[in-house]
Design a protein around this ligand. Structure first.
Ligand code: SF4
Length: 343
């Protein structure tokens, strides 16, 4: 049943943190960042941490919670946690994961409910009641273009759409997908903090755990953490071996070369510097070297920045050589570098 004076139920507010009704609900509670330290907030903080962890591990925020109040309040706290990590990777991933889950929920909504939710973003959206086909929704051209800019699939190209009187015809699933784009942008905007406050120790501690998780599980590291200074003395043994072998003119296997390149790019070495370095060590053609390095750095093709394989994979391929004591507590070469870099 809708809440008093609202078009939405409390469960809607829990599923859709971007609704104006949800932010109003949270605002009324007038919570301060220090309130979060109260033990009565423990389960909310735990759920907020889980939201960000899920996003790092699975790029999706699970819907395990049955308690709407906890779900509603954990969203703004998860945003604070993601901001506190200062990691652009975690922030982007978190926004994407929440948006993906919202997409799953929106697909199950009625047409009427989708139209109501679309009002949050001031969409010009109507349904064509005379249409029998699936493309029953008409969305304003501007709203359509604004939300398809980043979508690569050909079906979103305007030439592949039915356009009439400044409106684009879409089906229900497509409306849910484009709304989830709005949600991703909405969350990314919330994550753009200007001057950061000093976070309570507990928040800073969780943020640090989340950063470690992203490095250890995903191998994703924020190169900004290293201020651009490369410390060769804290390279993990596998990378030291690859580096020395390559600099002595030895041929590297495909995985060895990939691991070394993605590691150097991952710790913030500009791709131009990596190309120059490789040129000085080998007689590979500059054109091919540049192509491979820029591809791995995400500056070409799919624009995906590749990361080195995990230790388990490197062990399988015989690239894990001379592991030391630090290796016993990490699962990724970038985690090794990060832990000693910061020590
Ligand atoms: S355990 Fe990991 S970091 Fe250490 S040498 Fe092996 S692959 Fe490299």
């Amino acid at each position: 049943m809708p809440m008093a004076g609202s078009r939405f139920t409390k469960n809607d507010l829990a599923k859709y943190p971007f609704l104006k009704e949800t932010t109003d609900y949270v605002k009324k509670l007038d919570l301060r960042i220090d309130d979060l330290l109260d033990p009565s907030f423990a389960n909310i903080i735990e759920r907020a941490q889980e939201r960000v962890e899920d996003s790092i591990l699975y790029a999706l925020v699970s819907r395990t919670q049955q308690n709407d109040e906890v779900e509603i309040l954990s969203f703004p706290i998860a945003v604070i946690l993601a901001i506190a990590t200062k990691s652009s990777f975690i922030k982007k991933r978190y926004a994407l994961a929440e948006a993906k889950q919202v997409y799953e929920d929106l697909k199950l909504e009625s047409e009427e409910r989708l139209k109501t939710i679309a009002q949050t973003f001031d969409w010009k959206l109507v349904t064509n009641d005379s249409s029998q086909g699936p493309q029953r929704f008409s969305l304003g051209f501007i709203d359509y273009v604004r939300n398809t800019t980043h979508l690569r699939d050909k079906r979103w190209k305007l030439v592949n759409r039915l356009l009439a009187n400044g409106n684009v015809s879409l089906n229900k699933g497509e409306i849910a997908r484009l709304l989830s784009e709005e949600v991703r942008k909405y969350i990314e905007k919330r994550l753009e903090a200007g001057d950061l406050p000093t976070f309570p120790a507990k928040i800073a501690e969780i943020a640090e755990k989340l950063k470690s998780l992203s490095v250890e599980k995903i191998g994703e590291i924020d190169a900004e953490e290293f201020h651009g200074a490369v410390k060769q003395e804290v390279f993990p043994p596998c990378i030291q071996t690859l580096f020395q072998s390559f600099s002595s003119g030895h041929h590297l296997s495909h995985i060895g070369r990939f691991t070394l390149t993605s590691f150097l790019v991952g710790i913030g070495m500009p791709s131009e510097t990596v190309v120059e370095l490789f040129k000085s060590f080998s007689d590979y053609s500059e054109r091919m070297t540049r192509y491979q390095v820029e591809h791995i750095a995400g500056e070409r093709g799919s624009r995906t920045r590749y990361i080195p394989p995990k230790c388990d994979t490197l062990k399988t391929h015989g690239v894990c050589l001379n592991p030391d004591r630090t290796c016993q507590r990490i699962r990724h070469p970038l985690a090794y570098y990060r832990s000693l870099y910061k020590a």
